[in-house]
Design a protein around this ligand. Structure first.
Ligand SMILES: Nc1nc2c(ncn2[C@@H]2O[C@H](COP(=O)(O)OP(=O)(O)O)[C@@H](O)[C@H]2O)c(=O)[nH]1
Ligand SMILES: [Mg+2]
Ligand SMILES: [Zn+2]
Length: 305
C-alpha cells in the first residue's frame, strides 16, 4: 500500500494509508533515498510503500520526493535533516505586535523556501490589535512581499471569515507552517482543524517546552487532500549548505541584478565597486529591510533569528 508519513519519531512512523486508515510503521532495514545524506532517511510528508499488518506496518520503500526542506540537525553533528518533503507551499505566520515578528525571521524562511523552489505565503495575524499607523505599515509590507512573489494575507485568527481566507489558500495543498511562539499558530491550527485542541496562550508554551525535549514536524490532515505541517519549536530556519555567493539567488529582487554587477556571480553585494544590488538599495528599488536581512545571512550574523 502507498501512504503518506504524518509523523516520525525516528524509529516509528505514523502513516496515512491510501485506504484513509492510520498505521504505526517501522522501516525495513536501512532504507534511504538515493542521493540524500541527511540524518533522517524518512521525513514527514514522504510518500512511502508499506506492508500493512493490522494497525501496524513495515515501510519497504520511500517514493521519490518532489522537493524537501532541510533543517540543521538538532544534535549539530554537521548533518542536516530533512524537515519535511513534498511541499506545495511554506506559510509564515507573523505579527506586527504581541509579539513583533522580525522581518529578518520572515526573510529567512522565505529564502529557505525559495532555495528549494517552494512557493511562499505570509499570513499576518492579530489584525484586530493594530492602530491605523500599524495598518499603514502592514500595507507597505504587503506591497513589498507581493512584489517579490509571495502571497500575503492579513487576518485575525479569532474571526471565522478571515480564517476562511487561510483555508482557501491551503485547500488541496500540503503546507508547512512556520512562526515564532506567541503569533497564534495553535489558535489558527485549532480553527482549521476542529478536534485538534492544541493548547494556546503563554502557559501552553511553557508546558509545551516542558513536555517535549525534541521537536518534530507533524502533519495534520484538514480534508482529503489538504495537509498542514506544524513545526513546533523549530527556530533554526536553515540556510543549510548555502554558499554566501548563492544567497542573493534566493532574493527574487536581487537574482537578476547580479548579472549587472561588475564582479558578476562572485559579487557578494557588500561593498564591491559597481554593484547593481547596492545601486538598487540606494535608489530604493530594493527595500532596506530586505537588504539588511541579506547582509545578516551572507555574513553569517544572527543565524538563529
Ligand atoms: N488579539 C488577538 N489575539 C490572538 C489572535 N490569535 C491568537 N491570539 C492570542 O495570542 C496568544 C498566543 O496564541 P497561541 O495560539 O498560543 O500562539 P502560538 O504560540 O503561536 O501557538 C493567545 O493568548 C491567543 O489567544 C488574534 O488574531 N488576535
Ligand atoms: Mg502554540
Ligand atoms: Zn553586487
Amino acid at each position: 500500500m502507498i501512504g503518506r508519513v504524518l509523523k516520525s519519531t525516528g524509529s516509528w512512523y505514523e502513516v496515512a494509508g491510501e485506504d484513509t486508515l492510520r498505521y504505526a510503521c517501522r522501516a525495513r532495514g536501512k532504507l534511504r533515498l538515493e542521493g540524500y545524506k541527511e540524518s533522517n532517511p524518512i521525513a514527514v510528508g514522504d510518500q512511502v510503500q508499506f506492508e500493512p499488518l493490522g494497525k501496524e506496518g513495515i515501510i519497504t520503500e520511500i517514493l521519490p520526493r518532489q522537493n524537501h526542506m532541510l533543517r540543521q540537525s538538532v544534535k549539530r553533528t554537521g548533518h542536516a535533516s530533512v524537515l519535511a518533503a513534498n511541499l506545495n507551499q511554506v506559510l509564515v505566520l507573523a505579527t506586527l505586535k504581541q509579539p513583533r515578528t522580525s522581518l529578518g525571521f520572515i526573510d529567512r524562511v522565505l529564502v529557505s523556501a525559495e532555495s528549494f523552489r517552494i512557493p511562499q505565503v505570509i499570513v499576518f495575524n492579530k489584525k484586530d490589535l493594530l492602530t491605523a499607523d500599524e495598518v499603514a505599515e502592514l500595507d507597505e509590507l504587503t506591497q513589498l512581499y507581493q512584489h517579490i512573489g509571495a502571497t500575503v494575507l492579513i487576518i485575525s485568527a479569532q474571526h471565522d471569515a478571515e480564517v476562511e481566507t487561510v483555508q482557501l489558500q491551503l485547500q488541496g495543498k500540503v503546507t508547512l507552517v512556520a512562526g515564532h511562539s506567541g503569533v497564534g499558530k495553535s489558535t489558527l491550527l485549532n480553527r482549521l482543524l476542529p478536534g485538534l485542541k492544541l493548547a494556546t496562550g503563554a502557559i501552553s508554551d511553557y508546558s509545551e517546552k516542558g513536555t517535549h525535549t525534541t521537536t518534530f514536524a507533524e502533519m495534520f490532515q484538514v480534508n482529503e487532500n489538504t495537509f498542514i505541517i506544524d513545526t513546533p519549536g523549530i527556530k533554526e530556519w536553515g540556510l543549510v549548505d548555502m554558499e554566501p555567493q548563492e544567497i542573493s539567488d534566493y532574493f527574487p529582487e536581487m537574482r537578476n541584478l547580479r548579472l549587472s554587477c561588475r564582479f558578476g556571480s562572485r559579487c557578494l553585494h557588500l561593498n564591491e565597486p559597481k554593484c547593481a544590488v547596492l545601486d538598487a538599495v540606494e535608489q530604493g528599488t530594493i527595500a532596506a529591510s530586505r537588504y539588511n536581512s541579506y547582509i545578516s545571512m551572507a555574513t553569517g550574523e544572527d543565524t538563529r533569528q
